[in-house]
Design a protein around this ligand. Structure first.
Ligand code: SF4
Length: 288
C-alpha cells in the first residue's frame, strides 16, 4: 500500500469536545450503534424479533469464510486447519431446505476461501499479526496488524458477498470509506495501542458471478476520527437515554432503504408493533 506519513496522535487531535458534553457517554458496540442510527425502533425490535422467511445462505457463507481466515491468521501459514474450520462452520450453520445444498455451498465457500487465503499469505509475509478476533473495548475487529515496512497500524475487516455485479463494485467499495464500524475500529484500536491507526482495510470475498477477493485500504486521519467521534458520542447519548427508560423513536427516513423495505416494516406500519399480532409474521428471538 502507498502509505503517507503517520498523522498526529489521537489525543492531540481534539477529538473529544468537552464543551458539548457534560460527561462522556458510555460507548456502545458498533453494530448496535449502526442499528440505532438507522432507526432506534429498528434496533429495539430486531433484538427481539426476526421476520419469518426462507433460509438464506449469506450469513452461513460469511461466517464460514471468516472462520477459515481467523484460524489461518492464528496459525499463519497453516492452510489445513483453516479449511477444516470453514467446512465445519458451514455444516453447523446449514439449514436443510430445497434451494441450497450443503455440497453446493461448500464449493462456493471453497472457491472464495482459496482466494482469500492467498491474500492472507501476503498479509502474513508483510505485516506483523497483532490481534485476531480479540475484543478491544466494546468491539472485536477481525484483524489488527503492523506493517513490517513502516510500522503503521492497520485494521482489517473481512466481508463476504454472495453476489456482487462488477458494475456495482466501485460503488460498494466506496461505501466503506465512511463505514461506521470501520471508524469505530480505527478509534478504538488507536486508543488501545496509544497511537493512531493509519489504515482501515476491507477484505471483500465475492462468490459470484465471478469469485474474487479484494483487499482495499482506506486512509485514516486523526481529524476524520475526531469528526466521526462527534457523531458517535451523540448517538451513544441517545442510546444511553433509552437504556435508562426513554422509548425508542422511529426514523421514517429508513422505512424504505437502499435494499428495499425495512424488515420491520410490517411490524411498524401494519401490526402497530403489537407482540401478539407480530407472531404471525415474525419469530421471537430465542424462542426456537
Ligand atoms: S419500519 Fe421504519 S420505523 Fe419501523 S423499524 Fe423500520 S425504519 Fe424504524
Amino acid at each position: 500500500m502507498d502509505m503517507p506519513p503517520a498523522t498526529e496522535g489521537l489525543r492531540e487531535s481534539a477529538w473529544i469536545q468537552p464543551m458539548t458534553l457534560a460527561h462522556e457517554p458510555p460507548v456502545f458496540p458498533p453494530r448496535e450503534t449502526q442499528d440505532w442510527l438507522r432507526c432506534p425502533v429498528y434496533r429495539d425490535l430486531s433484538k427481539k424479533w426476526e421476520p419469518r422467511g426462507p433460509w438464506e445462505p449469506n450469513r452461513a457463507l460469511g461466517t464460514a469464510i471468516a472462520k477459515g481466515l481467523e484460524v489461518y491468521f492464528k496459525n499463519p501459514g497453516a492452510d489445513g486447519p483453516a479449511w477444516t474450520a470453514c467446512e465445519q462452520s458451514l455444516e453447523s450453520e446449514y439449514v436443510e431446505q430445497p434451494a441450497w445444498t450443503l455440497e453446493g455451498l461448500k464449493k462456493l465457500a471453497a472457491r472464495g476461501l482459496k482466494l482469500a487465503l492467498e491474500q492472507a499469505a501476503t498479509i502474513v509475509a508483510t505485516e506483523h499479526i497483532l490481534l485476531v478476533e480479540e475484543p478491544v473495548g466494546e468491539c472485536r475487529p477481525d484483524l489488527v496488524t503492523r506493517s513490517k515496512a513502516d510500522g503503521q497500524l492497520i485494521v482489517t475487516d473481512g466481508k463476504v458477498s454472495l453476489n456482487l455485479d462488477p458494475r456495482w463494485q466501485d460503488k460498494r467499495l466506496g461505501e466503506y470509506d465512511s463505514d461506521f464500524q470501520f471508524w469505530h475500529y480505527a478509534w478504538r484500536v488507536g486508543e488501545h495501542f496509544g497511537e493512531p491507526v493509519a489504515w482501515t482495510r476491507l477484505q471483500l470475498t465475492v462468490l459470484s458471478p465471478k469469485t474474487r477477493s479484494l483487499l482495499v485500504p482506506y486512509r485514516v486521519t486523526s481529524k476524520r476520527v475526531s469528526f466521526w467521534l462527534q457523531g458517535a458520542q451523540q448517538a451513544w447519548e441517545g442510546m444511553e437515554r433509552e437504556r435508562q427508560g426513554a422509548p425508542p423513536a422511529p426514523n421514517f427516513m429508513s422505512c424504505h432503504g437502499r435494499y428495499g423495505r425495512c424488515p420491520m416494516y410490517d411490524a411498524c406500519h401494519v401490526l402497530d408493533r403489537d407482540p401478539k399480532a407480530m407472531k404471525a409474521l415474525y419469530t421471537q428471538r430465542g424462542s426456537v
